[in-house]
Design a protein around this ligand. Sequence first.
Ligand code: ACO
Length: 401
Amino acid sequence: VIDIRKLYAQTSAFTYDPGFTSTASCQSKITYIDGDQGVLLHRGYPISQLAEQSSFMEVCYLLLNGELPKQDELATFSRTISRHTMLHEQLMTFLRGFRRDAHPMAIMCGIVGALSAFYHDSTDITDPQQRMIASHRLIAKMPTIAAMAFKYSVGQPFLYPDNSLSYSANFLRMTFGVPAEPYEVDPAVEKAMDRIFILHADHEQNASTSTVRLAGSSGANPFACIAAGIACLWGPAHGGANEAALNMLREIGTPDRIPHYIERAKDKDDPFRLMGFGHRVYKNYDPRATVMQKTVREVFNALKVTDPVFEVALQLEEMALNDDYFIEKKLFPNVDFYSGVILSAIGFPTSMFTALFALARTVGWIAQWNEMITDPDQKIGRPRQLYTGPTQRDYVPIDRR
Ligand code: ACO
């Protein structure tokens, strides 16, 4: 590892590295990825163990505090989060200003940015107490915001949070429940939802997390920084890939059409890519995709449903993994390949998929933001550029051009 800052101080040299393929922008103790081996650890704990054995609240505590909580610490943390689930009534007026067919991600960018205007007592980034309250507020309010964005799009009344339920059950009830009618959350679906949140909780310096850090490096308040992260996550090359992957699987439709799409993905003159395949860091199977694939089966069994797209996904994976192009380029399924199949089985429309990703990633973003704020090496993010425009020239008045 070369510390380019020392070299720069002596020579004004800098690196040209579009897409930051080989430049570390920070030091971090939160998440470790070994892309060649397909390893993902949060604070040292393997993602498969966390997904199988812990809860999303536990993982939130771990990411924020560095250690797994003891029983009483978890109880206190969960209670604190549930105390912050409500949204200010005026925010609902704000939400109703969106067009009915607004994408939930557009609503989330707007509402989360607007939180800065409602919670002045947690925007002083120099105060650790205020930073902690902002972190709790963001984690707690994201399910409420996401559920309301959904309800708004289908024209149903909003449901207020029920803080007697778990984080995931409360979200499912706010999304699928109807006022004045009982809503029973299926425990298997609740567990699957919680696991999906765990699998998306953090992933070190991906595009949206780097965006949150870059926005935060100027001293911007945490709500504004997370809104920036949501905007970045929206793109189809990042969080939007789960929506794009399911749309692709539906378009393929039947296994006999898979070879045609594999050929298209390999054709350099065709912009088509296999969505949910490939990763900047993983050059092996994404460990989150393994858990996700298993969870599809669990949800199908619990709900006694099936979906032909799952068979298409399994066969597409098998064919791609045996194809020289994908082998040579080390392209494997990523977390987004199977997540859409599960979310669709639970009942979410595709437009909500990236919103769910944003909900779950909020804890990672805010943990990384907190780490950055307290890092003594922290500086305003200011990438250099390689200028390729014209050299200096004289201004020509408009009548002589
Ligand atoms: N289908 C077909 N070819 C692909 C795919 C794909 N899904 N992904 C990468 N390739 C090819 C590229 O064409 C490129 O080929 P080349 O070397 O001949 O030019 C090579 O593999 C390397 O790909 P890059 O785009 O240069 O790799 P990069 O690290 O910049 O991109 C990315 C990674 C954006 C994830 C890419 O694999 C992709 O677009 N995948 C589909 C979208 C997707 O699933 N995104 C979700 C990522 S995970 C997440 O954000 C949660």
